[in-house]
Design a protein around this ligand. Structure first.
Ligand SMILES: C[S@@+](CC[C@H](N)C(=O)[O-])C[C@H]1O[C@@H](n2cnc3c(N)ncnc32)[C@H](O)[C@@H]1O
Ligand code: SF4
Length: 392
């Protein structure tokens, strides 16, 4: 095992596939976000859970998936727009149709502007045992620039209510490298967030995604991203501050207190199977070299397919051996655990070093084999897109 690794994931055996449920509704679209979502309305929110349950039933008849699920993840969009009762119904059906393992991790992404002490207690009672809050920043001016529907105080209240409701596995999302943000301001955000004592943090550098309002603002000169130097400084400083606070940096954007890594995402990065439900949700079947399926991100088509008993999902990509090796590198090198050298040989019949000699050479000292695992260092993660292109 690489020196210093104490994660709950290193020696964990795979216990069952994951289940991802996409909740494609938002109260207001944030100007930076390209996740699939539509404006929410009460009628759609009321009927949507039954569509997910119908798709789950359909999948159980197709027998493509072998339960029990070891992780369930309600992602969005804004899953916290669903009533706790609806979440409870979906979980009951997932358990009935496929089973849930005894230690199942059940996560829900929550927008702090959509929750109350009551709804959070309801989610806990419905079976959610991990919450991920989209805090983004604890600076009201930055929250406004990000088009968020909540203030810093709302986010702090949401985290406190969650704790009172009995949640002991809380994650917060932070976005850094905001337009005009200084490294000091990003670190101040982090410091304020740490006072809320989350078990897990996702720290994303702001990405300017095509077809978003921020992309338009960039084109018209109304948005000035931070320089590459400032981005690098923020990334490294966040890493240092979080290491000092006792967090493990276990994936490029993810930090955890020991034992609280997100198992659902870890399984994804390890190419374990997961079933995705809802428009825009991806599934990964681990048969042969692997196949990725998805239901196209179009709510009307999804509703029509599911209501008429059709499978809304289509095949996106069927991997051959070369593609599976490349994806193993792409996903594995994102994580501290890296790519297991012996595991790679057992799976593909070739050593990692023989499969990718040029790509490995290009990473220079930033990629090394330590205790049987190929791992990128911090600078390697910072330049991930550049280095990983050699493996693809
Ligand atoms: C589905 S959202 C989280 C839940 C909820 N919708 C919310 O916003 O509170 C997933 C996370 O992705 C991150 N994210 C989305 N677009 C991003 C972008 N362009 N750059 C960086 N982070 C982004 C945000 O931190 C966001 O909380
Ligand atoms: S960041 Fe969250 S709330 Fe904002 S548009 Fe994206 S999914 Fe919706």
């Amino acid at each position: 095992m690489p020196a210093g690794l104490t994660h709950n994931h290193e020696l964990r055996s795979f216990e069952g596939p994951g289940l991802y449920l996409h909740i494609p509704f938002c109260l207001r679209k944030c100007p930076y976000c390209d996740f699939f979502s539509v404006p929410s309305n009460p009628a759609l929110l009321a009927t949507y859970p039954d569509l997910l349950i119908a798709q789950l039933e359909h999948e159980s008849h197709l027998q493509r998936w072998q339960g029990p699920f070891s992780t369930v993840f309600f992602g969005g969009g804004t899953p916290s727009l669903l009533q706790p009762k609806a979440i409870g119904r979906i979980l009951t059906q997932a358990d009935r149709l496929f089973g849930l393992t005894s230690k199942v991790e059940i996560s829900l992404e929550a927008n702090p502007g959509t929750v109350s002490a009551k709804s959070l207690s309801g989610y806990r009672a419905a079976g959610i045992n991990r919450l991920s809050f989209g805090v983004q920043s604890l600076n009201d001016a930055h929250l406004k620039r990000l088009g968020r529907i909540h203030s810093a105080a709302d986010a702090c209240n949401a985290v406190r209510w969650a704790r009172k409701a009995g949640f002991d596995n809380l994650s917060c999302d932070l976005i850094f490298a905001l337009p005009h943000q200084s490294t000091q301001a990003a670190l101040a955000d982090l410091k304020a967030l740490l006072q809320l004592e989350p078990q897990h943090l996702s720290c994303y550098g702001l990405g300017i995604e095509p077809d978003t309002v921020f992309a338009q603002q960039l084109d018209t000169g109304k948005l000035h991203p931070v320089s590459e130097e400032v981005y690098a400084e923020m990334f490294c400083q966040l890493h240092l501050q979080l290491a000092e606070a006792g967090f493990e940096h276990y994936e490029i954007s993810n930090y955890t207190r020991p034992g609280k890594a997100c198992l659902h995402n870890l399984n994804t990065w390890q190419r374990h199977p997961y079933l995705g439900l809802g428009p825009g949700a991806h599934s990964f079947c681990a048969n042969e070299w692997g196949e990725r399926r998805y239901a196209p991100p179009d709510l009307e088509t999804y509703i029509e397919s599911v209501s008429t008993g059709l499978d809304p999902s289509v095949s996106l990509e069927t991997f051959d051996r070369t593609g599976a090796m490349a994806e193993t590198a792409y996903l594995g090198l994102r994580c501290t655990e890296g790519v297991n050298d012996a595991g790679f040989f057992n799976r593909f019949g070739i050593r990692f070093a023989e499969a990718f000699p040029q790509a490995i050479a290009r990473c220079k000292e930033h990629l090394s084999l330590q205790h049987g695992h190929w791992r990128l260092d911090l600078r390697g993660w910072l330049l991930f897109d550049h280095f990983i292109s050699g493996f693809l």
